[in-house]
Design a protein around this ligand. Structure first.
Ligand code: SF4
Length: 362
């Protein structure tokens, strides 16, 4: 007997938007469409952790769910809290891949930062995740379940979401969009699209797809330099995306969504914190509907980059202020628990078996 051929992996309804969930519930399971809506609300709105807890579903339906499906529940294997209140969570997925998420309080906001991949294949030279390599894309249920685990860990309501954890969301865009469709659905937790930001190093095809969709998600681009040569030093993928191409894509995205793009710029001593670099940034931003978020680099063990001193940061900001419409120096959160930008991925390094893959062309 060929056991492998007969095995059907259980469905993972946590990662199914309402339409495919309804098709499955009415087709394979032979129930009425309203049962799919009930199931969706139990999973996403009411946070049920077992089919047995869904008390208004008929017992035979619950039994069939138990036989054919599995809920995706992530429990942190490690939680650390920073002095600034930021909390970092490490989850271990069933195949042993790690996913890291961060909860960032900044009253009145509470932001969840989720991973879209276990590792990342973009290879940014300042980032621990880039250094650690790539294991795999996360599935929609694994993205959604990170949010629900954070929701469970916090007494306060999560108000915002950023796809800024491990991974390049536009390198796993279909699954990320599926997860966001679930998170924003009116029968689920119904988070507003404008409260959600997708962060990218600037993959043009993904930006074009977001523009075409016209969905109101925010877009943050990790620019880090508006000098092509410097950018390529920090973000190797930038070699395939000239700054003009990137800028053109951002203009189109902004025209399609009516929103300003956020340019993320992490200041690294002696690399991108000079007045020449500030000048190039102001030229890049001129005429582009954008705001600029400056961050000060959080050193990553094993990497040569350094944090610039306060005077250099001040000088850079003073150059930009009169020339750019909106510049903010953002406080880096969670640095003491390795939860700040560029610091995620320690779990991959610990495992020591993450294959480093050649970056794909965008
Ligand atoms: S900065 Fe983002 S895109 Fe670059 S390697 Fe790190 S996680 Fe990947």
């Amino acid at each position: 007997m060929n056991v492998e051929a007969e095995y059907t992996p259980p469905r993972r309804p946590t990662g199914m938007p309402l339409d495919p969930l309804t098709a499955w519930v009415t087709g394979d399971l032979g129930e009425k469409p309203f049962r799919a809506r009930q199931l969706f609300s139990w999973i996403h709105l009411r946070g049920a952790e077992s089919f047995g807890a869904m008390t208004d579903l008929p017992a035979p339906f619950r039994r069939r769910l138990q036989e054919n499906a599995a809920l995706t529940i992530l429990k942190p294997v490690e939680t650390s809290r920073g002095e600034d209140g930021a909390m970092k969570f490490l989850f271990e997925l069933p195949d042993g891949s790690p996913a890291e998420s961060v909860l960032i309080p900044a009253p009145p906001r509470l932001t969840a930062c989720l991973s879209s991949q276990a590792g990342c294949r973009m290879g940014c030279t300042f980032c621990m995740t880039g250094l650690a390599g790539f294991r795999r894309n996360l599935e929609p249920d694994e993205i959604v379940a990170q949010l629900y685990a954070l929701r469970k860990a916090s007494p306060d309501r999560i108000t915002n979401l950023v796809m800024m954890g491990m991974g390049e969301p536009l390198d796993n865009l279909d699954r990320v969009l599926t997860a966001l469709e679930i998170i924003t659905h009116q029968h689920g937790i119904c988070m507003g699209r404008r409260k959600i930001t997708i962060s990218t190093i600037g993959l043009p095809r993904g930006i074009a797809r977001l523009a075409e969709s016209g969905k109101q998600y925010g877009l943050a681009v990790s620019l880090h330099s508006a000098v092509q040569e410097t950018r390529e030093r920090l973000v190797p993928m930038a070699a395939a995306v000239p700054l003009e191409t990137l800028r053109g894509g951002l203009m189109e995205w902004s025209a399609a969504t009516g929103r300003r793009v956020t340019l993320e710029y992490c200041l690294i001593e002696g690399v991108n914190d000079s007045i020449r670099e500030a000048g190039a940034l102001s030229v890049f931003a001129r005429g582009l509907p954008c705001k600029i978020n400056l961050l000060v680099y959080n050193p990553v063990p094993g990497l040569p980059w350094k944090r610039p001193g306060d005077r250099r940061v001040q000088r850079f900001m003073e150059y930009l202020y009169p020339r750019c419409p909106a510049v903010t120096l953002r406080k880096s959160r969670g640095a003491d628990v390795q939860g700040a930008c560029g610091q995620l991925g320690a779990s991959l390094m610990r495992k020591g078996d993450a294959p480093i893959r050649t970056p794909r062309r965008p």
